[in-house]
Design a protein around this ligand. Sequence first.
Ligand SMILES: *Cc1c(COP(=O)(O)O)cnc(C)c1O
Length: 405
Amino acid sequence: MSFNLQKIRNDFPILSRKINGYPLVYLDNAATSQKPQQVIDCIVDYYSNYNANIHRGVHTLSQEATDAYEAARQKIQTHFNAKEAFEIIFTAGTTHGINLVASGFSEILKKGDEIIVSAMEHHSNIVPWQMLCEKTGAILKVIPMNEEGVLIISEYEKLLNIKTKLVFVNHVSNALGTINPIAEIIEKAHRVGAAVLVDGAQSCSHIKPDFQKLDVDFYVTSAHKMCGPTGVGILYMKEELGNKLPPYQGGGEMIAEVTFEKTTYAGLPHKFEAGTPNICGGIAFGAAIDYLNNIGFEAIEKHENELLKYATEKLLEIDGLKIYGTGPNKTSVVSFNIEGIHPYDIGTIVDKLGIAVRTGHHCAQPIMDFYKIPGTVRASFAFYNTLEEVDALVNAVKKAKMMLS
Ligand SMILES: *Cc1c(COP(=O)(O)O)cnc(C)c1O
């Protein structure tokens, strides 16, 4: 596949919008990605032609919807190289997947057991573990990071011991763009018998993880950050762990047999999929994965790296601008501040010029505390962004700086 940027941009209707009279420059991809026509068409097709509930009807529509939903599950299995399709649990998104695992472990962990998280976690990967520790008496430990925004692996090794039961780390930091060495983190955790959950919300739009090769125990991600709709994601879990973990919610779909005396639960994946799921979302997630694979992850990575390099160089030419997250392995995220100017003010001015960036703590307050800053301006690039859009950002930031200093 050749990488035809103009053709790709034409797939995204929203990219031709104007904001405040300027062409939209969408650089908030780490919050959510835009959707190509192929995914939008898939959603319209589902509701127009075969909307029905799944796994329960003998009628044709229900069969069609069930087949499409299960085909999407298989597509996701293939994409991430999971051993079995039933190891892919459909969820409402990353947050839901993390809470599902945390809830399961609340019945497994004992007082004095240890959980390790990293210093650069999203709030959705901190709060559930704090709640879990309060409930079980387990202890939370944190892998520190250095000034560059890179985890200190030698400190991680010191935290690991026979009491460590779980390690939680994001694959890519949403606030800094750092790609964490998860293969190494997983391998070291397994040596002490701990399970590892990787938060892949920020990675899967840039790179294609291989679950079996990584030997990861749990991996969660959201469709909406990879060109799919909101409200759907996956939790991958190894079969043996899936069998060990108790169900999350009770309801329809998750049972084998129900009497008032006793209910027996269904096997994977249905044990964790109580109630009517986001059927259309699951199917459209499959369409989004097809779309990304048609472009190809090698091409995506190459173009995004070019955007990252160019944006980093150009932004650093601005006096007083500091970038947070300067490690050697990064996705296309540039988090920055200009000395003496509040990030929110920069965000507001560049929006007037049509440019969408995120400002604030990015749901990662511990990182902001580490750098002793209130927040940052974060420009996050996707494969459909252009070098010209980087120029537009740089010019707008220069203008904002002039107005504010
Ligand atoms: C976005 C994000 C989440 C939360 O994902 P939801 O889709 O909102 O559940 C969790 N972790 C990271 C690293 C993220 O970037």
